[in-house]
Write a protein that binds this ligand. Structure first.
Ligand SMILES: [Zn+2]
Length: 211
């Protein structure tokens, strides 16, 4: 009997995403590199990649998440599992080492899920996914908790949370809720800002009424 082992396909699919221009690795607190494979607890994808799809003046990102399955046949359940990633991923794929049938393709097309065929070390996209409207909160959660990526509060760039000088600090808003904010190393240098947790922002001086 053939033993199913989808994990052996993870690096192949990851490499495919990389060749498509996606970032596929990040850094943890102690800075060793890790791949975007099977990350996260509550929000998890088998393989994920993220790319910048903005122009010179915008920071739009696109997340691709791939459900990888071993086996001889595609099941509706697999396509639905891939669709489940659409809460945080703009592009959802199912990858399998098979030739998908017309029925598979039709169902996937209706669900807006892309199909990837794995053949040895080669991956081919045989059905393009539809662009999904992600849930912003879940996407930010996935980026921060699973990929260790955060957004610079000044320039809006996506940055590695645990790498080369990313600063974080806390602020309390009008609702008395504490928020953690991040600043990228470039903005930190550009604005020469000694932000620390203990630093308080003083209210502006009240201007004296003109006499
Ligand atoms: Zn910045």
């Amino acid at each position: 009997m053939l033993v199913k082992n989808e994990e052996r396909f993870y690096p192949i699919v990851l490499e495919y995403l990389k060749t498509c221009g996606y970032l596929t690795e990040g850094y943890s607190e102690s800075e060793p590199k890790f791949h975007f494979i099977r990350l996260g607890k509550r929000v998890q994808a088998d393989v994920a990649g993220i790319k910048d799809v903005g122009n010179l003046y915008s920071n739009e990102i696109e997340i691709a998440a791939v459900e990888v399955k071993d086996g001889m046949h595609c099941k509706v359940r697999y396509i639905e599992q891939a669709l489940g990633y659409s809460t945080f991923a703009h592009k959802c794929y199912l990858a399998m080492p098979i030739h998908f049938t017309e029925d598979d393709k039709n169902y996937a097309r209706h669900m807006g899920v892309g199909l990837l065929e794995i053949n040895g070390k080669k991956v081919s996209e045989i059905l393009s996914p539809e662009l999904k409207d992600v849930n912003e909160t879940i996407m930010i959660y996935f980026l921060r908790r699973s990929l260790n990526l955060v957004k610079c509060v000044i320039c809006g760039s996506i940055i590695h949370r645990f790498r080369s000088g990313t600063k974080s600090f806390h602020r309390k808003n009008v609702f008395e809720k504490r928020k953690t904010l991040f600043v990228c190393p470039d903005c930190y240098r550009t604005f020469n800002m000694p932000v620390t947790d203990s630093e308080e922002i003083k209210p502006p001086e009240v201007r004296k009424e003109a006499q």
